[in-house]
Design a protein around this ligand. Sequence first.
Ligand SMILES: O=C[C@H](O)COP(=O)(O)O
Length: 325
Amino acid sequence: MAQGQEDQPRDERNPGVPLDLGWLREVRANRSAVERRAATLPTRRTVKREWQAAWLLRAITCLDLTTLAGDDTPGTVRRLCAKARHPVRSELLEALGVPEERIQVAAVCVYHNLVPVAVAALRGTQIPVAAVSTGFPAGQIALDQKLAEIAASVRAGAREIDVVISRAHVLTGNWQALYDEVRAFRIACGEAHMKTILATHELATLRNVGMASLVCMMAGADFIKTSTGKEAVNATLPVGLVMTRAIREYYERTGYRVGLKPAGGIRSAKTALDWLILMKEELGDEWLSGRLFRIGASGLLSDIERQLSYFVTGHYAAAHYNPLV
Ligand SMILES: O=C[C@H](O)COP(=O)(O)O
């Protein structure tokens, strides 16, 4: 850890550090070793059966409840926000002895143009709206348009901005360009927290994932995020392992804690638990809250609720009890 930063307040944002190309050259990622280690994670008994309900509730509090579809309407977003306010049926929480106000999702994530609808629908709650900006999902628009989109999302009330990086900068090894781009995004975000989407499946190698993770953190990312949900392959544990190791190393060298957001294709409670185990094993308990861990998912909540219902009643609830998400 950098000298003098041992006392860094736990909630201080990562301000970024100068680009360090020497550090990038040290990055290694042995695919077969990474895959072996990732394969052992779900078999670990970190989440004991009797604690599963508590872990599932924890997953909800780390959830970026998302809708990012071409056919999203204001109505879809309003329904999602209503679910965000009450993610679990009251009788289940009551049976679990958990006060309703303790269980809220971490954020609602929508397309840039639907931010005002979500902001209005969440008024009176603490739930922030996250916008996907910068030409999501491909990011194939000019930099000034990306910056204008971020600024417009922030003006519309988004408190979190999920940006996509230019994959081309990674694939051509132009780390300075990637650093400059993400730095400019961070400045445009201002007070809004920035999650940098790497679209890892499009970065060709795990080493590139490791290097891109570091560059984004050096440029001031609050979170690094695996995927848009639109790539052919999205959040996987091997990629998550490489990213958590980069986060750990960044923390050890700079003293700043950066969060992880796996996103895309996370639909089952079991997969959500696998990610929580990864965070606990690789980064420790400090990373097990919405401040440093998010799951981006559009279809996960209904399975979590189903599993909670099973935990409470011993059988699965009929589908109409768990509508929408
Ligand atoms: O950021 C969130 C992802 O786009 C959600 O992907 P998903 O629809 O596969 O859950």
